[in-house]
Design a protein around this ligand. Structure first.
Ligand SMILES: [Zn+2]
Ligand SMILES: [Zn+2]
Length: 321
């Protein structure tokens, strides 16, 4: 599919739509079917042209074209755009009249596919790669209530617990599912650490705090979205998966942090390599081990990386794991 409606800034022509009005507009099965038909037709369309009325109509199970037209019109302005040709301007370009998504319409369809609104799935428990950061026990994964949990089979610790849309289970083996989950979480924390809410794209504020309720943890990172109040709390390490010196240090030793399931590195999900070296102002140090070496990363209370350099493993603390 070549169309990338997402990539451009797109606002409906009218005023902002209140959430209640948006849900009201979508509270109709025919309209959801029209959006899904537009999606199918767009995916199958090879020449990137708008989808014509007749093609949309044929794909929706409705025999009354006036009725169909009425619902399609309700979607215009906010969810679907009508592309019209001006003969004088467009004749030479073989302009095709039809319909295409506005960004909100596209998002509705994707949410349905992701199963955010409709999914009901469970999976596992099944074996997960890596060892427990606490006791070295084997890990197993379980998916229920739209959350993926990775837990230790011996001591019961839960290093990983994060939402994942059920659409991600379709057509994937458990191993592929874990792989997709890893990328999902890594990208969410990379976005959050860059100040962008992964749910609503609003502004996120990041703080490092020693007042954490996370079990067994002395220090945590909290990202809070000022727009939708999305809150992500984690160990410090998982937020460093996109930090250039860390990526490079591991890559030079043959470890690809972009593809390794993050929880297989204990420093991403625990404090085992993390030390609070000063309280005011806050300074937190992580000594991240790899292949007998270590890189020392120091961050401040906003997660700003103050320093990142290899250290002599003999000088690094807590490198046993
Ligand atoms: Zn354990
Ligand atoms: Zn948000």
């Amino acid at each position: 599919m070549s169309r990338s409606v997402d990539d451009r800034v797109d606002r409906a022509d009218g005023a902002d739509l209140a959430p209640a009005e948006a849900f009201a507009l979508l509270g109709n099965e025919t309209r959801i079917e029209i959006l899904q038909a537009l999606h199918e037709a767009t995916v199958e369309c090879v020449d990137d042209t708008p989808i014509q009325f007749s093609e949309l109509y044929d794909r929706v199970d409705l025999d009354d074209s006036a009725h169909f037209n009425y619902h399609l019109k309700q979607l215009l302005d906010h969810f679907v755009r009508k592309v019209e040709c001006e003969p004088a301007v467009d004749a030479a370009e073989d302009c095709v009249e039809g319909y295409e998504f506005r960004t909100p319409g596209w998002k509705v369809v994707r949410s349905v596919f992701a199963g955010t609104f409709t999914g009901r799935s469970e999976l596992g428990p099944f074996d997960a790669p890596g060892d427990c950061y606490e006791c070295g026990g084997a890990l197993e994964a379980r998916y229920a209530n739209e959350l993926l949990t990775v837990a230790c089979t011996d001591c019961g610790r839960t290093p990983v617990n994060y939402p994942f849309p059920p659409g991600g289970l379709a057509d994937r083996t458990p191993a592929e599912f874990l792989d997709a989950f890893h990328h999902h979480v890594r990208h969410h924390y990379c976005l959050a650490a860059d100040g962008v809410c992964p749910e609503c794209m609003g502004r996120m504020e990041t703080s490092v705090t020693t007042e954490t309720a996370m079990p067994g943890q002395e220090v945590a990172v909290e990202h809070v979205c000022g727009r939708c109040d999305n809150r992500l709390t984690s160990a410090v390490g998982v937020n460093l998966l996109d930090t250039a010196p860390v990526l490079t240090f591991f890559a030079e030793r043959g470890v690809d942090l972009t593809t390794d399931p993050f929880w297989t590195h204990p420093w991403t999900v625990s404090d085992v390599h993390t030390t609070v070296v000063a309280e005011d102002p806050l300074r937190v140090r992580l000594d991240l081990p790899c292949d007998g070496d270590a890189i020392r990363v120091t961050v401040d209370g906003t997660l700003q990386v103050l320093a990142a350099e290899p250290v002599d493993p003999a000088d690094a603390s807590d490198l046993s794991a």
